[in-house]
Write a protein that binds this ligand. Structure first.
Ligand SMILES: [Zn+2]
Length: 175
């Protein structure tokens, strides 16, 4: 089954069950009960972690979306969590690295395909200082490899998400 956008997947009102007269509208507005759904974007974070040589940490994704491709450690922001808390939690969960200081770099919109639906995401990127780079241990089943590199065009061509690529390009221009 082909992937469809989240708004096209929403063909019935989740509140009253009324069928949408036209699917794919943003926002979704139910003509029966007035319920509205704006479909995001949801927020996600990515960390740019460097070592003593100024090389950037890339992690390879072990599952879809983007399986086998490179990315920055990070993930979705949970409810009731600040962006900084999400950054620390995701970097710790994915790499076992403890963020001690983070500074905002940039943001780029992204699209995330999951279970046949594509949702809009806003990715926020932070430069990260970590406590002990040697503590790196990847999350089983999520990531299968890591690199400390000066990213080249070959690395950038193998990034899972264009937003991560653009963040790294911006970081390269800023260091
Ligand atoms: Zn409704």
């Amino acid at each position: 089954m082909d992937s469809i956008s989240i708004e096209n997947a929403c063909r019935f009102c989740p509140r009253c069950g009324n069928q949408a007269e036209v699917a794919g509208c943003v926002p979704f507005r139910c003509t029966q009960c007035g319920f509205a759904n704006f479909f995001g974007p949801v927020a996600a974070v990515g960390g740019l972690v460097t070592n003593e040589q100024g090389e950037l940490l890339l992690v390879r994704r072990a599952r879809e979306p983007g399986k086998g491709k490179w990315g920055l450690p990070g993930g979705f922001v949970d409810r009731n969590e600040t962006i900084e808390q999400a950054l620390s939690r995701e970097v710790l969960e994915e790499t076992n690295l403890c963020v001690k200081d983070a500074s905002y770099l940039t943001s780029f919109p992204n699209l995330y395909e999951y279970a046949g639906a594509v949702s809009p995401v806003i990715d926020l990127f932070y430069r990260c200082e970590v406590v002990d780079r040697g503590a790196i241990r990847l999350a089983d089943g999520e990531l299968d490899s890591f690199l400390w590199v000066n990213p080249t065009d070959e690395h950038l061509a193998e990034m899972a998400f264009p937003s991560n690529r653009r963040a790294i390009e911006q970081w390269l221009n800023s260091v």
